[in-house]
Design a protein around this ligand. Structure first.
Ligand SMILES: *[C@@H]1O[C@H](CO)[C@@H](O)[C@H](O)[C@H]1NC(C)=O
Ligand SMILES: *[C@@H]1O[C@H](CO)[C@@H](O)[C@H](O)[C@H]1NC(C)=O
Ligand SMILES: *[C@@H]1O[C@H](CO)[C@@H](O)[C@H](O)[C@H]1NC(C)=O
Ligand SMILES: *[C@@H]1O[C@H](CO)[C@@H](O)[C@H](O)[C@H]1NC(C)=O
Length: 456
């Protein structure tokens, strides 16, 4: 398709060129273009609609050719939340006494701690793992600093040992994992496949025509991993063309689940599920078959409702299904994935060029992130509370928010594209401060999952 992410970055470049001229009329044009760009991106990130240019099949061909950008896995898959990265009242301090999940209560909270130096470095590299998709392949894309690779997550009061792929695969004979959600889940599954590739390479056995839902099989361990695209978890009608231009506001059915995952539920033994920034998009909200309101939508007759409303409703609908289904896979609900745009927003030149993690407390207050994180914990806790004590065991909170928030240095940034500064350091590049480099901080999510499993 020859398209790139975000679809508007060509416009941004155009805007930059235009902006460098001085004629007032052109400045006005710049404003119009930027306003249009902002609107378009707010209305709908769209790169996920673009089919991959090369449609690679086998693992050996997953590495994009240098210089060519695949649209699959682009940062446009979720709308970064940079615009909400403002100071606010709720602080991380209120997480101090929080319990991660029932399993970790007696010992220590795996999710509260700090990043400490790790001279050993990452478990895999861009050379040893061929599941790293181009937008996450920061090393191959020329990221010059490597410090971000030499940290490990250290909870206060305990250790998280590195992921043990052999132990994991040996324990998962005949099992089926599903990762359900948006492109952060895709980021996560790549990390898992890379960590496991030290023991066995997965074979891709299924993908949909857009490569958003995929499945891999580890033959000698008879282990299956599915990635399932359901960015809102609930049912959503999205009206975007291939350029990401919306012809109408997305329609979200807050009490109806996306069948992409529910229809396969009985087949899963373990599930990692999450949702996130997509709820910041403008959308019309439906409940009980009727429009109940909208968020920054075009139809001004509808009642304005905040994204927190639809997010909470959607989570409750999902948890209701999970807790009432007779089938009980082990379910990890993974909490909010924060972005780290600075000096601008994701559509206005925001960057994330830090090279070391934040120290505890250094991330500052993040009102919107904290709000969404609190909603998740509340929804999760009420789901657990609604269960009998014997039954609640299979529900686990994978509360990665805090440890992720401390890693502003781990995002792809400009290195989501191949050698972004080839044409000089002044080149205008779109930064991805939401998805993570691989290897990178997101590998810790799998270390923690392994530890949670080990505790059972
Ligand atoms: C891995 O990254 C290095 C730079 O750190 C690069 O020279 C090399 O070509 C990359 N290898 C692959 C297979 O992409
Ligand atoms: C692989 O696992 C599935 C699901 O547990 C099982 O039905 C099947 O018999 C297994 N296949 C082999 C070859 O063990
Ligand atoms: C569900 O999956 C199908 C096939 O992969 C896809 O076409 C559809 O867009 C998905 N639904 C959503 C909401 O993404
Ligand atoms: C990081 O980006 C900001 C602009 O967003 C720039 O002022 C600063 O010099 C950059 N730092 C490095 C180390 O490149």
């Amino acid at each position: 398709m020859g398209m790139e992410w975000p679809p508007a970055s060509a416009q941004q470049r155009k805007a930059a060129v235009v902006g460098s001229r001085s004629a007032a009329v052109l400045k006005l044009g710049l404003l119009v273009i930027l306003a249009g760009l902002a609107l378009r991106l707010l209305v709908g990130p769209a790169a996920y609609l673009l089919p991959p240019t090369a449609a690679p099949e086998g693992p050996a061909r997953h590495v994009a050719a240098p210089g060519r950008e695949t649209t699959r896995g682009g940062a446009g898959d979720v709308m970064p939340s940079g615009e909400f990265a403002v100071t606010g009242s709720e602080s991380l301090a209120d997480s101090d006494n929080r319990q991660g999940s029932p399993e970790t209560q007696e010992s220590c909270n795996l999710f509260h701690g700090e990043w400490v130096p790790n001279p050993v470095g990452p478990a895999y590299t861009n050379a040893s793992c061929h599941f790293i998709e181009s937008p996450q392949n920061c090393m191959a894309n020329g990221r010059p600093d490597t410090n971000y690779l030499y940290w490990r997550w250290k909870p206060y009061g305990c250790e998280v040992p590195p992921f043990d792929g052999k132990k994991f695969l040996d324990g998962m004979q005949g099992k089926h994992w599903a990762l359900i959600g948006d492109s952060i889940l895709r980021n996560h599954v790549q990390s898992l496949l890379c960590l496991l590739s030290k023991v066995e390479d997965a074979n891709e056995v299924y993908h949909d025509d857009t490569f958003r839902s995929r499945r891999w099989h580890f033959h000698s361990h008879n282990f299956t991993v599915s990635l399932i695209w359901a960015p809102f978890l609930i049912q959503a009608k999205i009206f975007e063309d291939d350029d990401g231009v919306s012809t109408a506001d997305p329609q979200l059915y807050l009490d109806v689940l996306e069948t992409n995952w529910t229809s396969q539920w009985e087949g899963f033994d373990y599930v990692v599920i999450s949702t996130g920034q997509w709820f910041f998009k403008s959308a019309v909200y439906w409940e009980n078959g009727a429009e109940v309101g909208c968020h920054s939508c075009q139809n001004k007759n509808l009642k304005e409702m905040p994204p927190e409303y639809s997010f909470r409703k959607a989570l409750n609908t999902a948890f209701q299904f999970i807790t009432s289904s007779p089938h009980k896979p082990v379910v990890f609900y993974r909490t909010w994935a924060p972005s780290h745009f600075e000096n601008g927003e994701w559509f206005s030149g925001g960057t994330c060029n830090r090279t070391v993690p934040f120290k505890p407390g250094e991330a500052g207050d993040r009102e919107m992130d904290s709000k969404m994180w609190r909603i998740e914990r509340e929804a999760f806790e009420s789901a657990v509370a609604n269960k009998g004590p014997d039954d609640a065991d299979h529900l686990k909170l994978l509360d990665t928010f805090e440890l992720s928030l401390l890693r502003p240095d781990g995002h792809s940034g400009p290195y989501r594209t191949y050698h972004p500064y080839e044409k000089g350091m002044t080149a205008k590049v779109q930064n991805d401060c939401l998805h993570w480099c691989l290897p990178g901080p997101i590998d810790a999510w799998n270390d923690i999952i392994m530890q949670m499993l080990a505790k059972d």
